[in-house]
Design a protein around this ligand. Sequence first.
Ligand code: FNR
Length: 354
Amino acid sequence: MSQLFSPLEIRGTIFSNRVWVSPMCQYMAEDGLVGTWHQVHIGSWSTGAPGLIMLEATAVRPDGRISIGCPSINDEAHAQAFKPLVDFAHSYGVKVGIQLAHAGRKASTMRPWDDHRLAAKEDGGWQAISSSATAFEGYLVPREVSKDEIAELVQDFAAAAKRAVDVGIDVIEIHAAHGYLIHQFYSPLMNQRSDEYGGSFENRTRFLLEVATAVRKAIGESVPLFVRISATDWVEGGWNLIDSIEVSAKLKDLGVDLIDVSSGGAVHNAKIDAKPGFQVPFAAAIKTEAGIATGAVGLITEAEQAEHIVASGEADAVFLGRAMLRNPRWALEAAEKLGVRIDWPLPLDRGRTL
Ligand code: FNR
């Protein structure tokens, strides 16, 4: 019996298996709108039988985009653009989540393959914001947000979540990892504030907890809510696993269902020993110590490895990133390797060997 290919139910939503697609920026939106590239690309995952596709970091307001090619969901038109790809995924029994984000001080870049990194005004760039007026290596100094603006940002996350649910998206994930805006508040390496949003653990995590509270209220009780965190900054004196366990327990009390456990992104020179499954122990510790479901991510590439993570109870699901870029039909092949017969989309059925 495969645990990886067993269904998982959260708040009445049933994921057909625990092979989930990790959120990955495509840099292919135009003015924040997703289009044909996304339909084809997300469509290819939709025909590969993952239990969930988590759509890329999508900004809750335009200045929250990482790059000029990132999507946003700041109004009805931007939300409606997701509908065809969501409907297509649903027609193949695949659930769709969206990762809601604000890039903060890491915003306003060009696409990675453009010839320069930061977007100037004439490229469509903008002034970035953050918890504090300190820059990430190689970026411009951001503007520190006021308390009034923090309150607006909390509502921007809530409104974006409601828009996503209204176009049929099944899961909301709050992006609180990788050195983006929410992480810029909770990590002591990035937050220099002296008001009630800076200083103590309680103050630094306030913005995240306010966002989680507002999003849960906006989407009601029936929609699964995930939070992606950086479990550690990988730097002495930075955010660490103990902090992550504590905040995860608080998020659980606020109605968050699953912690998607990543790491890093606060500083450019952190020493990270990235080897297969290197972040899985963080997911396991948070699951055990905070008593909340977790997703494991990071260099999970093999069927047996993914099966082991779920079967041993280290995490409830695995998120696959680059392996899914290489092979959008990863789940179909993994099921065959594990000897599990799952439903294939009928037009692909003759490709099966099992
Ligand atoms: C990413 N990653 C990422 N993470 C996230 O939380 N939101 C995002 O939008 C993105 N965007 C993104 C784009 C691309 C092209 C890559 C390769 C990665 C990180 C990703 O979700 C995952 O956590 C890492 O890639 C590690 O998992 P893998 O790739 O080792 O399975």
